[in-house]
Design a protein around this ligand. Sequence first.
Ligand code: PA5
Length: 467
Amino acid sequence: MDRWYNRSMSLTLDLTCLVAGGPQGAVGVDPADLQAAESAHAAHRKSLLDKRAGGELGFFDLPDQQIDAIRAFADKQHGRFENIVVLGIGGSALGTQALHAALSPALHDRRPRDISRPKLFVIDNVDPVLVGGILRAANPATTLYNVISKSGSTAETMSQFLLVLEALKHTVGDHWQQHVVVTTDGEAGFLRPFAEANGLTTFAVPGNVGGRFSVLSPVGLVPGALMGWELDELLEGAAHGRERCLSEDFRQSPAAMLAATHHLLDTKLGHNVQVLFPYSHKLRLMADWNVQLVAESLGKSRNGQGVGPTPHGALGATDQHSQVQLFAEGPHDKVFTFLRVLNHKDEVVIPAPPAGLEGLSYLGGKTFGQLLDAECRATQLALTEAGRPNCLITLPEVDARSVGELIMWLQIATAFGGELYGVDAFNQPGVEAGKVATYGLMGREGFEAEKARVEGKALSNPSWRIA
Ligand code: PA5
């Protein structure tokens, strides 16, 4: 065990309600199947370690990176900007959004303007309402833009960058370079040469780290340093998670156990919808980040056959009043992973009710944390009694360490998932067709044939249209 960790600071995983014959009843992983998965663990682990040793899967090594340059850059910006605006999409946006929700104070961006505590906005779409809105909400003169694109060519991010460049030149003239920091691949794409030619500060996404595995690279760490998140703790937590998940002992590896049980529930029992269900406002966007991680990594064609789970997100207690009806009584196609937090820190006590509201006296004097925790346990119990397989990840609290560890668990579980499904978890060929069609429709040079092909394709037939 690492020097600084004791067990009470680590995450725990409880799979009791996933195994057949558990409190949820017969629907669950057959222990014999799990035994077979255990026998395959050494080979899957070796395959991942071999790829890592061969220079692939750079995400494993991110906890060990030096972050002095990122820190020095952030220190120099301190007190200069009211807003940090991230331009990025997919893996270049979702992790930062999840970390911001987890590690910045709640409702941080609704606070009054304060140059010592910038707001963070992540612009991960090209909807004109959003893009126009951010230019109005964040004055370019007091904004630092972090352009993040691993490929350095993604149309959504590049179009935002063109807009920001123009706005900056208009607002701050020759000083525009001081308002832009670029995070991109060491070589590929349009961004790197442009940044170098214009003397912009740049940080590199390692070539062997894919977008959705890049949250612990400069992709998430540059905004993190600017926002003052505890990056050492984040990386220490991730290193600890890596150590646990790469355990030779299958039953001691949270990632291997998560991957194997979920794979068996999908492929043997048809429970292919995987719901990540945080009971924590701060962890609410981890579910969105995980959706992309799992969907792009495991949703693949294998020998012409589509495989992979469908990831989904829910939020406790909010979704008890929205999705839990479906979860409890709808199709038996789901598996739930609850995220429970033991210490919410910012405790708020529910006051005793005044005369006339005596029926609410059971709430008076309890904390909101107690209420949220009771709802988490109650929902797990209700779904268990409804025969729905589920498991529980418990975090001691939502801090940088536990979030770093959770990120590593989910990333390594996804990597093990690739081994189990027999797919390459690190490519995304299904995303390319849409990108290429967009280039064609937008008239990018070299994509003329695609333009003709796409424009000639009728996606609408008058007999099926209601106007
Ligand atoms: O996970 C991925 O690889 C993708 O979701 C990318 O992050 C996304 O397409 C954005 O790509 P880029 O960072 O190259 O702009």
